[in-house]
Design a protein around this ligand. Structure first.
Ligand code: PLP
Length: 426
């Protein structure tokens, strides 16, 4: 594509460092020019059907006019103002709406600008909650294999040990307690033993409820979350739900905590919060956690404050995204997508080296024994006219909820065809 590459690509590429990418061997990245609905238009004119919704953020499709109008209107008034000592309408409206949507005790919203930071804030909140009660030494966290909570050091430390590259960065990160989810009696007993040993030095249990995303696209059922709530209460720990992947309908309910009927003490949101338009995240605390910081001592205040927290443009986008959840049948669309993913990916079950095919809400996963050449697989998808980004040993779809039936069929069809081709190639 070099010959048709626009000037900004050839001159800019030598100065860009891409995420999780071996820059020596990486395939040339695709140059995106525009995006609309479920389509990404490349600089060379090709149009790809998007299966990922930009790491599952663009739940209403790209460039939704309602969100764009809200951002433009806010741009006229005030693109940004600091949140220390000042508040503004988009942030206060968003906080009120989020609190109304979430289970009752989750009432206090702390804004930041990315998911990893929302997790850092949740972890700091949990540790300082205990410190404020005079319980020093509760500095560790219990989290789970297969989990993903972000790329900053504290967040990495609570990821799956392999996914979070714990051995590579040994010595830099705090060592946390990574357990297995209590999905059966044996693992429930193992978790109980871990808690008996470590609860006194731990601040909280941290989990992605119902669906673990970037750590492997793994699902568990609501009983696991009820068990974790019970365990946290028995051992006097806070429970943190990281709903950065699951929040805003991805698993079928607006929030996983709602589907499970389990209320955490702290909950994190980001990813689809602004409908995939801007960086914004929220850490939402229960009244009990919030009240743990009320004191005449200024040092007991929550010690965090990102420069661009509660950016008005991002909050306006998030409010517009919530409007769309109210006005349009998003959860019905998710149910329809789930059915189409089930049917469309079903033929993968019969392919060699396919270990599992699973669907939850608008998440479709084909797990392989292994993927020998990820770059080759990605290239084949682009040739098939779709944007799909397999990682590890999984090929997954997390499309926009507004995706059309034909586009969704093209996505699942491309996955079946490309995996068949790969199987034939050996
Ligand atoms: C993406 C993600 C994060 C990290 O968010 P960033 O905005 O990339 O820092 C944390 N937790 C979960 C569940 C995520 O999916």
């Amino acid at each position: 594509m070099s010959q048709e590459s626009p000037d900004w690509v050839t001159r800019g590429l030598p100065h860009i460092w891409q995420p999780y990418t071996q820059m020596k061997t990486a395939a040339k990245p695709l140059a995106a020019a525009r995006a609309k609905g479920s389509r990404i238009v490349l600089a060379d004119g090709r149009e790809l059907i998007d299966g990922i919704a930009s790491w599952w953020t663009a739940c209403h499709g790209y460039n939704h006019p309602h969100i764009r109008e809200a951002v433009v209107a806010q741009l006229d008034l005030m693109p940004h103002v600091m949140f220390g000592g000042l508040v503004h309408e988009p942030a206060l409206t968003l906080a009120r709406r989020l609190a109304a949507l979430l289970p009752d005790p989750l009432e206090r919203v702390f804004f930041s600008d990315s998911g990893s930071v929302a997790i850092e804030v949740a972890m700091k909140m949990a540790v300082q909650f205990w410190l404020n009660r005079g319980e020093a030494g509760r500095t560790r966290f219990i989290s789970f294999k297969g989990g993903y909570h972000g790329d900053t050091f504290a967040a990495m430390a609570v990821c799956d040990p392999e996914e979070g590259m714990h051995s590579l960065f040994k010595g830099v990160m705090p060592e946390q307690i990574i357990a297995e989810l209590p999905v059966d009696d044996a693992r429930a007993a193992a978790l109980e033993a871990v808690l008996a040993r470590h609860a006194h030095e731990a601040a909280a249990i941290l989990v992605e409820p119902l669906a673990q995303g970037a750590g492997g696209m793994l699902f568990h059922d609501t009983a696991v979350l009820r068990a974790l709530r019970g365990a946290a209460d028995r051992h006097g720990l806070l429970l943190i739900f990281d709903e950065i992947f699951t929040g805003f309908g991805r698993t079928g309910a607006l929030f996983a905590c709602e589907e499970a009927g389990v209320t955490p003490d702290i909950l994190t949101l980001s990813k689809a919060l602004t409908g995939g338009t801007m960086g914004l995240a929220a850490t939402i605390a229960s009244t009990r956690v919030f009240e743990g910081f009320l004191s005449d001592d200024p040092r007991r205040a929550l010690m965090h404050g990102p420069t661009f927290m509660a950016n008005p443009l991002a909050c306006a986008a998030a409010n517009a995204s919530l409007d769309l959840f109210e006005r349009e049948p998003r959860l019905k669309q998710v149910a329809r997508i789930a059915a189409a993913l089930e049917a469309g990916l079903e033929p993968c079950r019969d392919l060699p080296r396919v270990r599992d095919v699973r669907v939850k809400g608008a998440i479709g996963v084909v797990e392989l024994e292994r993927i020998a050449d990820l770059n080759d697989l990605k290239r084949r998808f682009v040739e098939a006219g779709v944007f799909v980004r397999p990682f590890g040993n999984v090929v997954y779809l997390t499309p926009a909820f507004t995706i059309g039936e034909a586009d969704l069929a093209s996505l699942t069809g491309a996955i079946v065809r490309v995996l068949k081709e790969m199987a034939r190639a050996g």
